[in-house]
Design a protein. Structure first.
Lengths: 302, 272
């Protein structure tokens, strides 16, 4: 299958169930909401060593937030509900509570509740105030710029982590441009984040390693410096640079939609833009319950 | 399932305890059973058929009970109700909606004292006035109203929401002395003027004065920090009640913390 002379591999991305939640952070103006969002979702590229995967889903307009102020929507994903709860509390406590003028709310309506402000309230040292409005409990913590208002809990849902696209390109510039275009298109899809730096990972991994201590290691099949060296190599001489985009989403359809948008953005650049092939990473289909086949996603149009 | 309409024939000689008039119970009953439901009157029990004309409400799907007439001598209407809809086309006596936990009660006329006392949930609305001690505690209890929404379109008497623990009370008209005295938490919103000693002894909780400025006691301190975020959450929620509360979110708010004679984590919110 070729679109715009970009080959679409007959393969699929294999993704996994993860626990996920959305947090809405508002602030006095968009700039400070973004400061809080960037800080809270920092160092959250991969659950391998970061505890969670997190990102800014989108910017929120004042009319979209509970208090009518500008904000951002954050998505966080972890392998277990317990770890997610820990990450939420830490990140909101260290990066949102601390950021001037912010407030934090749950961004989902239904799901199993985990602590959001429930334990952060103790920072108020006894001066904190609770208020139940329409069945939802908020905490008001006295801080130096006024009050930090935070919803007590946030619902956790089953999300999908590890949707991916591999962009096989003629060189570094082509790969970066294609990846950036794909990420820009995918950021417009609601319910997803691309947790790696700039949304892109250059060090795509495979499960296992020759070293007993490592759970993951370089994806030698897609390393251009191993083209004729690695027995599993999937590359030929034309492919000089491969970049991967990883997608975590609140639902399977959100991930599929993001992949569709990413593929469309890449094939729009075409072979003329230096993109040779689009592929995806999987583990033979035995590990992850979610399979995103590239060709149907590519064929269904933009 | 059937809805029932009861029309009062004549005023009872003694006051009646009407707590047996539960929409959910009557909905599942036959006409004969409904006619035999007995309401306590002093030491006696009076069957409904003796007091009311009883008709089915055609086409009702929910547990619905409509009671017509001047029920000022009927106390405990809707006591402990857990679900269903009770509508009174007239006034009621004391303890209307007391200890209710769910469902909706609408009273088209006035209610007397202790309305909505110890309410736990559901929605209670009085089109007219309520007497004293509305949304307060049952005798001997430390906390009063602890959930639900209580709306008074007219005026309230003294000691509204005394010892209130949780929930929302909205009064469109005025309130008497000691509004939200000894309040433990919750929200009271007042559209009209209030009497003396608002929030006397309040520990936590919020009183919103959408109407004229109350007389604030010296045990309350004005605070000038930014509470815009909380105010938006609260004001937007109160705006749904309309009337004097519709534009609360557009008004800036002044805040007085107290009552410092006790815990002092309560607040009087006075929109400008």
């Amino acid at each position: 299958m070729q679109i715009n002379r970009v080959a679409i591999d007959d393969t699929f991305a294999e993704a996994f169930a993860m626990k996920a939640t959305r947090i809405v952070v508002t602030a006095h103006n968009p700039r400070w909401a973004m400061h809080a969002g960037v800080s809270a979702t920092g160092f959250a590229t991969s659950v391998i060593a970061c505890g969670c995967e997190a990102g800014i889903e989108r910017v929120l307009e004042p009319h979209e937030t509970p208090d009518g102020r500008p904000g951002v929507a954050l998505l966080l994903f972890a392998t277990s509900g317990k770890e997610l709860a820990k990450q939420v509390e830490r990140r909101i406590g260290q990066c949102v509570l601390t950021c001037p003028t912010t407030a934090a709310y749950a961004g989902l309506d239904e799901g199993e509740a985990v602590a959001l402000g429930q334990n952060l309230r103790f920072f108020g040292d006894g001066w904190q105030i609770s208020k139940v409005i329409d069945g939802i409990r908020y905490w008001r913590v006295p801080v130096m710029d006024g009050e930090f208002v935070v919803q007590e809990t946030t619902p956790v849902v089953k999300g999908v982590g590890g949707g991916n696209l591999l962009l096989l390109c003629t060189g570094t510039d082509a790969a970066l441009a294609a990846a950036e275009a794909a990420v820009a298109a995918m950021q417009r899809v609601p319910g997803v984040i691309m947790p790696f730096p700039g949304g892109v990972v250059r060090s795509g991994s495979k499960v296992g390693s020759k070293y007993a201590a490592l759970v993951a290691s370089t994806n030698d099949a897609f390393c251009p410096s191993l083209t004729h060296l690695a027995p599993r190599s999937e590359l030929d001489d034309a492919v000089r640079c491969v970049l991967e985009i990883v997608i975590d989403g609140l639902t399977e359809s959100a991930v599929a939609q993001a992949m569709r948008a990413g593929i469309a953005a890449v094939v729009a650049r075409g072979a003329a833009g230096g993109v040779l092939r689009i592929s995806a990473g999987n583990y033979g289909g035995k590990l992850g319950p979610y399979h995103f086949h590239l060709r149907p996603l590519a064929g269904s149009g933009p | 399932m059937s809805g029932w309409r009861l029309a009062l024939r004549a005023q009872p000689k003694l006051r009646i305890d009407a707590r047996a008039l539960q929409p959910a119970t009557l909905a599942g009953s036959t006409r004969t059973e409904v006619e035999r439901v007995a309401l306590r009157q002093g030491r006696d029990a009076v069957p409904l058929a003796e007091l009311f004309d009883i008709d089915r409400i055609a086409g009702s799907t929910a547990s619905q009970l409509v009671v017509e007439g001047d029920l000022s001598r009927f106390d405990h209407l809707g006591w402990g109700m857990t679900d269903g809809e009770l509508q009174v086309l007239g006034s009621v006596g004391d303890y209307a909606g007391a200890a209710m936990a769910g469902g909706r009660i609408t009273i088209d006329g006035n209610a007397a004292d202790l309305t909505g006392c110890a309410m736990r949930g559901g929605r209670l609305a009085v089109q007219g006035d309520v007497g004293d001690l509305a949304a307060t505690a049952l005798p001997g209890e430390m906390d009063g109203m602890r959930g639900g929404t209580f709306v008074v379109h007219g005026n309230a008497g003294a000691r509204l929401a005394d010892r209130m623990r949780r929930g929302t009370v909205v009064v469109f008209g005025s309130a008497g002395d000691f509004i939200a005295s000894r309040m433990v938490a919750g929200t009271v919103a007042l559209g009209g003027r209030c009497g003396a000693h608002p929030g006397w002894g309040m520990r936590r909780g919020s009183i919103v004065f959408a109407g004229p400025m109350p007389q604030v006691a010296p045990t309350f301190v004005p605070l000038h920090s930014n509470v815009d975020v909380f105010w938006q959450l609260l004001a937007r929620n109160l705006a749904q009640f309309g009337g004097p509360f519709a534009t609360l979110a557009q008004r800036r708010v002044r805040r007085h913390a107290g009552d410092l004679a006790v815990l002092g984590k309560g607040e009087l919110l006075v929109p400008e």
